[in-house]
Design a protein around this ligand. Structure first.
Ligand code: NAD
Length: 297
């Protein structure tokens, strides 16, 4: 199948490579030359513009940072036309970015009016999952559009959930990431407390991983350097999931909570902590670097 892939960052790059490895013809595009160079090194064709990438594509996958990027790309910005005017009628858009459900619904409505199908399919599983092709997809859209997307999603992920109509994938994703943001802070606090008492972070992490405090951070993404060789913490918090992206997701969760009058006190507190951490210059570092707020210097 001919696929356009837009957004080749920490997640999109490896996802596009997996589609290419599965035998699809992928035309990829990113505004960053470095991001393009990384996937070109794996043999993918790089388009000169997003418009070029979607030329003749039966499916368009997007993996962009936030709502404004997705809206700008598909609907247009600053008077420039959006990609919906360039994508072939009958094609399918799979947007895997984590954005506001309302933005997914807005883009889906405009796509539908142009005869183009749209699903929101945000992911969980981190950069490790993107590379291994074991992501979890949370899909919002019709049964028929999900079935069209499924063969592609299966090449990038191991779990595919249908959360509901367009936007429902995004809602599931922000619930998950609110929990992830909170549990990374809790895990960081606990490790920092143990270390302040002279415990070895590796030993303490293993004890908690096998006890009632066990969680995903302790399994795969320990925030303390050196505990997990492949975690961002052991690579000076490079790559991974940026603090500013977590901050964005916690902001989306709070906006959503206000709209439905839900009580999310820990989500609110977590947002404030990541905001403080970002203001201290750590916005680009992996979100697990939030442990630095708790470790004694
Ligand atoms: P990233 O910042 O590494 O990559 C985003 C890429 O989009 C960048 O390379 C940027 O140049 C490109 N881009 C921005 N606007 C563009 C445009 N108009 N046209 C083409 N390219 C454009 O981000 P990421 O970590 O890959 O995350 C992407 C999305 O996935 C975000 O919504 C994030 O919240 C979500 N997500 C990330 C992770 C993770 O672990 N990193 C996990 C799950 C979900």
């Amino acid at each position: 199948m001919q696929i356009a892939f837009i957004g080749l960052g920490n997640m999109g790059g490896p996802m596009a490579i997996n589609l290419h490895k599965a035998g699809h013809t992928v035309k990829a595009f990113d505004l960053s030359k470095d991001a393009c160079a990384k996937v070109a090194a794996e043999g993918l064709a790089i388009a000169a513009t997003a418009e070029d990438a979607v030329q003749g594509a039966e499916a368009v996958v997007s993996m962009l940072p936030a709502s404004q990027h997705v809206e700008g790309l598909f609907l247009g910005r600053d008077g420039a036309a959006g990609l919906l005017q360039r994508i072939a009628k009958g094609a399918l858009i799979i947007d895997s970015s984590t954005i506001a459900a309302a933005t997914s619904q807005k883009v889906a409505k405009a796509a539908q009016a142009a005869g183009i199908a749209f699903i929101d399919a945000p992911v969980s599983g981190g950069t490790g999952g993107a590379i291994a092709g074991t992501l979890t997809f949370m899909v919002g859209g019709s049964d028929a559009d999900l079935e069209r997307a499924r063969p592609l999603l299966e090449k990038m992920g191991a779990n595919i959930f249908h959360a509901g109509a367009v936007g429902a994938g995004q809602t599931a994703k922000i619930c998950n990431n609110m929990l992830l943001g909170i549990l990374m802070i809790g895990t960081s606090e606990a490790i920092a407390l143990g270390v302040a008492n002279g415990l070895d972070p590796k030993v303490l992490s293993e004890i908690m991983r096998r006890s009632s405090g066990g969680n995903w951070a302790l399994e795969k993404y320990n925030p303390f350097p050196g505990v997990h060789e492949n975690a961002p913490a052991s690579k000076n918090y490079a790559g991974g999931f940026g603090t500013d992206l977590m901050l964005k997701d916690l902001g989306l969760a709070q906006e959503n909570a206000m709209a439905v009058k839900a009580s999310t006190p820990l989500g609110g507190m977590a947002r404030a902590l990541y905001a403080m951490h970002s203001s201290s210059g750590q916005g680009g570092a992996d979100f697990s670097s939030v442990i630095q707020c708790f470790l004694k210097r």
